[in-house]
Design a protein around this ligand. Structure first.
Ligand SMILES: [Zn+2]
Length: 226
């Protein structure tokens, strides 16, 4: 038996142990029940993040907190899938909803169609950028290129990004040579207002903003905030 398989079996046993602890009666019963569920979920989450990374296995979404990913049955329970770590994967909420009870092969076919949609959306975005080129300064092209490169690098429609990273990539700096997030944010909003990108600035300090592409005229967003 390989080491990872042993590790998964260990986690499966731990989850079962959490579930099978003697019941507590009285007013504490509900809180104990939910605490056990939380502990079991955390165990599975930890081992899946160690195995696959902190990413949605459908679209590649990298959440700031792995708790925003959902535990999915690769082979749905309705089709005979088991409650074991080997049959679990992490998906973002959007991918989990779209996957539903699809078999793995049906799900992979759906993801392949998504890739075609992303490439089509990218071509539309780049054509739109080229069309407005004479009217926008080159620095805005740098911002747009950084956005497009980042969003499409992993064949995704959207991403969580720090505006400071975009500022660095685009070379937008203030008089002191520091990344100018205010100016970069203004330019991102201008790109959004032109319909070139989807941009949802974070209203919370330290939280990433969200950037994306349009596809088929619809702004796609992802992650756990649908
Ligand atoms: Zn996803």
């Amino acid at each position: 038996m390989s080491a990872p398989r042993d590790q998964f079996a260990e986690v499966d046993q731990s989850v079962l142990a959490v579930a099978e602890e003697p019941a507590v009666s009285g007013s504490q019963a509900f809180s104990v029940f939910f605490e056990r569920r939380r502990a079991a979920r955390q165990l599975v989450l930890d081992v899946l993040v160690a195995r696959d990374g902190q990413r949605c296995q459908g679209c590649g979404y990298l959440p700031p907190d792995p708790g925003r990913l959902e535990i999915d049955h690769v082979l749905p329970r309705a089709l005979g899938g088991t409650d074991t770590v080997e049959n679990f994967q992490l998906l973002c909420r959007r991918c989990n909803r779209r996957k539903g009870h699809l078999r793995p092969d049906q799900w992979h076919a759906a993801l392949a169609r998504d890739s075609v949609a992303v490439m089509a959306a990218l071509r539309v975005t780049m054509a739109a950028a080229a069309a407005v080129r004479p009217r926008i300064p080159s620095v805005e092209h740098a911002v747009l290129a950084a956005v497009v490169a980042r969003v499409t690098a992993a064949m995704r429609l959207w991403d969580d990004v720090y505006v400071a990273d975009i500022a660095v990539a685009a070379g937008v700096v203030d008089a002191a040579g520091e990344p100018d997030t205010k100016e970069t944010g203004r330019r991102l909003r201008a790109l959004r207002d032109r319909g070139l990108v989807v941009y949802e600035p974070s209203s919370i300090r330290g939280r990433p903003s969200r950037l994306g592409l349009h596809t088929a005229g619809t702004a796609m967003s992802g992650g756990g905030d649908l």
